[in-house]
Structure formats: structure tokens, C-alpha cells
Design a protein around this ligand. Structure first.
Ligand SMILES: Cc1cc2nc3c(=O)[nH]c(=O)nc-3n(C[C@H](O)[C@H](O)[C@H](O)COP(=O)(O)OP(=O)(O)OC[C@H]3O[C@@H](n4cnc5c(N)ncnc54)[C@H](O)[C@@H]3O)c2cc1C
Length: 384
């Protein structure tokens, strides 16, 4: 059915960045032929669940805000943090535009965006992957494994939306700058009936990292111990015993877990801040985590994926119209936004001064980490 077809844009990865790119392209030019190639099928566990109020603006721009609001994700009204002191302080969304955020059922959210993109005319191939591609003067020839079947097709433009491993940028040999070694050890729990109905995201710093926990739809709770990959072994965070020991030393996170049952074993998720040194190439660009990742402390990763998908699509539309410098403009905007992000990140981490001698905080507060990683080349192992 798809064999030997010609597409205008082929998007590698059907997460929020990829689907936002497709939605924007088709909103502005419904006649475009857009394909999304996705390795999964939206059934696999995903992390990244807090959507801040401002994300609604991006969803409005995509034309999906109203249907998103009917999806029954869990509304949340702010964050509580023990950061810089043992005391919890609340950061309410009440004074922000849109005044509430959401804790997402992440698989359902990603699948919802993918369905919206299909409704607008995108072709979605799940359980599929690009095997290889050849660059031609007017685009790309691609071989794709579509479920179990090989197909060949052509595309005028490629988008790397494959998440932090940046499948295409890696093959295009674009270097990556990594700014830290953050990793999240995440567990999902079922919440007991008597658990208070609070939907705050809870953040609690500890001597070599920080906890976060967030209640999810369907009476679930995600709990994550964030630390650096090279410090995790010290706490044996990949073992049940290590996890429990660290948890016992927490104050607020532990008390949130008194009537929960574990759903599954924990998984470690790379969470380092990193960016490509350039987010564009000949007839391709990168969006979302593939282009640049944000510290989960910011809760901005999904919003950033949506926004870069929107701006990436604008750049492609301009490119198709023959506007010179459209891709370069996108790349410049990406770089400048990331500089702003790094400043904000440094400011947040400098607000926690209780453990200045501990490696996790020392690296972030003295800039040592940036120095040692700024020239690090791409494609060393991502796993902790
Ligand atoms: C521990 C942790 C907690 C986080 N918490 C939050 C949070 O609370 N709020 C928030 O906003 N963000 C959070 N984030 C970040 C957020 O999850 C990401 O920024 C966001 O998912 C990026 O979206 P994306 O579409 O760019 O990439 P992804 O969501 O990673 O999507 C990439 C897609 O591409 C597919 N894919 C990968 N490789 C290929 C390939 N070769 N071919 C085809 N398809 C491919 C994948 O299956 C996936 O569907 C967190 C991240 C971590 C690690």
C-alpha cells in the first residue's frame, strides 16, 4: 500500500514532537503528504507526565486543546518542594495563565496526539522503523520495515523526532553536547483508597539528587529518584534494597507512600540535559528531545517537544516555499532558547545549598560539569 509512494515529509518518531510537527504541517497545508514512522505502538511504559498550564497554548496552536480537555487527565494545581530547606513550600499555578496543569496518562496522551495527526491526514506506521536511507538531490530514498514487511519510499524532507537518541542526527554524524549525567530511577505504584486526594507534584532534594512524585490518572503514582549515573551505584538504586534505604531517609516522599502497592519493577531513564550542536542539515531538522532535552525538574520537556514541533514545521513550510535561511533561523532559535534554559537551570540548582560538598550539587553549582562535558562527543552509551 505504501510501497514506492512519494511523501513530502517523513517524521521519524511519533512522540509529542513528531505528532506536533505533523499537525502543524497539515493545519497549514492539508494537501501535504506526511508520514510518521513509530517504533512502538503506544502500549509501552513512558515517563514524563506533568504538563504545566502553558502547554495548553501549544495544544491550542495545534488545534487539539478542546479534545485534550475531554481526555480526563488529572488536573494539578501546583508543585510542593522541599528545595533549599526541609520545609515544603507550594508553588501554585493559580497566578499563571490557564491556572492548572495536568498529570498525564502518558501513553494515552501520546496516542491521542497521534490519532489527531491521523485525523488531519498523516499516515502513521506503528511497530515500524527506517532501516536505511539514501540522500538524493530532491530528497531521500528510504527503506522501511513496516511491521514485518519491507517497503521503499521517497520523501522530500525528513524530521528527526526520535527522542533523546536522535536516530537521524546520529547517522548524520552531528555531535551532541551533554551537560550532566542525570538519570531517573522510576517506579509506578497503585494508590490505596485512603490516600489523600492531593495532586501536587512533590519534589524533595537529598544529598546527591532529588525525588519527585506525581499522582497519575487511574489511581497511580510515579515516584522517581533522580541522581547522576556515576553516583547511582553508591546508593544501589537499581536494587530494591537500595531504593528502600534511600526512601526511608526521605521525609515527604516516604510519607506519601504509606498506602501504596508496587505495580512494577523500577526502570532507569536517562535524563541528562543535552543538545545537538546543530539541529538542521540538508533537507532535515530535529525537534523535541532529539534536538535538545530539558531537566525533568523543569517539567517542560513535553511542552518543549510541542513547541519545537510547531516551529520546526513552520521552518519546513518556509523551506518548501523557497524562503532562504528558514532552517538556519530555526537552528538559531533552538540554540538561543537552550542558552536561556541553561541559565534558568543553573539558577534553580543554585537555590539548594544544603550539601555544597556532595558531588551532585557541587558539579551543578561550580560549573565543573559543563566544563567537562561541553566537548563530549555524541553516541557514547546512553545507559546509566
Ligand atoms: C524521568 C523523566 C521524567 C520526566 N518528567 C517530565 C515531566 O514531568 N514533564 C515533562 O514535560 N517532561 C518530562 N520529561 C521529559 C519528556 O518525557 C520528554 O521531553 C518528551 O517525551 C519529549 O518528547 P519527544 O517527542 O521529543 O520524544 P519522545 O517522547 O521520546 O518520543 C520519541 C518517539 O520516537 C519513537 N522512536 C524512537 N526511536 C525511533 C526510531 N528509530 N524510529 C521510529 N520511531 C522511533 C519512540 O518510540 C517515541 O514514540 C521527563 C523525562 C524523564 C527521563
Amino acid at each position: 500500500m505504501y510501497n514506492n509512494q512519494q511523501y513530502d515529509v517523513l517524521i521519524i518518531g511519533g512522540g509529542p514532537a513528531g505528532t506536533a510537527t505533523a499537525l502543524t504541517l497539515l493545519r497549514h497545508q492539508p494537501e501535504l503528504k506526511v508520514m510518521i514512522v513509530e517504533t512502538g505502538n503506544y502500549q509501552q511504559q513512558r515517563v514524563g507526565e506533568s504538563l504545566p498550564p502553558l502547554a495548553l497554548d501549544a495544544l491550542r496552536t495545534l488545534g487539539v486543546a478542546e479534545s485534550f480537555l475531554q481526555q480526563n487527565h488529572l488536573p494539578t494545581y501546583g508543585t510542593c518542594a522541599a528545595w533549599g530547606s526541609d520545609e515544603l513550600y507550594a508553588n501554585e499555578f493559580i497566578f499563571q495563565l490557564n491556572n492548572r496543569g495536568w498529570h498525564l496518562d502518558r501513553c494515552r496522551f501520546d496516542a491521542f496526539l497521534a490519532e489527531e495527526a491521523q485525523d488531519k491526514g498523516a499516515t502513521l506506521l506503528c511497530n515500524s522503523k527506517v532501516l536505511n536511507y539514501d540522500k538524493q538531490a530532491e530528497g531521500y530514498d528510504l527503506n522501511i520495515q513496516y511491521q514485518n514487511q519491507p517497503i521503499s519510499l521517497k520523501a522530500r524532507f525528513l524530521v528527526d523526532a526520535s527522542g533523546r537518541n536522535a536516530w537521524l542526527a546520529k547517522r548524520e554524524k552531528v555531535a551532541k553536547i551533554r551537560y550532566d549525567k542525570l538519570v531517573g530511577f522510576c517506579r509506578f505504584y497503585y494508590i490505596g483508597e485512603d490516600m489523600p486526594e492531593d495532586t501536587y507534584t512533590l519534589v524533595e532534594a537529598w544529598e546527591n539528587g532529588w525525588w519527585y512524585s506525581a499522582r497519575l490518572p487511574n489511581r497511580q503514582l510515579i515516584v522517581a529518584a533522580m541522581t547522576d549515573a556515576d553516583l547511582a551505584g553508591r546508593y544501589q538504586l537499581n536494587t530494591d534494597k537500595g531504593w528502600q534505604q534511600l526512601l526511608t531517609r526521605s521525609t515527604h516522599t516516604r510519607s506519601r507512600l504509606h498506602t501504596v502497592t508496587t505495580i512494577d519493577q523500577q526502570q532507569a531513564w536517562p535524563a541528562a540535559s543535552q543538545r545537538l550542536i546543530r539541529t538542521i542539515g540538508i533537507r532535515w531538522l530535529a525537534v523535541g528531545d532529539a534536538a535538545a532535552t530539558l531537566d525533568p525538574l523543569s517539567s517542560q520537556g513535553i511542552t518543549n517537544a510541542l513547541r519545537t514541533g510547531i516551529f520546526g514545521a513552520y521552518a519546513i513550510l518556509d523551506f518548501f516555499k523557497g524562503k532562504s535561511g528558514s532552517l538556519e533561523k530555526y537552528d538559531r532559535w533552538m540554540r538561543e532558547s537552550y542558552e536561556d534554559y541553561l541559565e534558568t537551570k543553573a539558577q534553580f540548582y543554585s537555590e539548594e545549598q544544603r550539601w555544597p560538598q556532595h558531588a551532585f550539587w557541587k558539579k551543578r553549582q561550580t560549573g565543573i560539569e559543563f566544563e567537562s562535558y561541553q566537548n563530549m562527543k555524541l553516541w557514547k552509551s546512553e545507559s546509566p
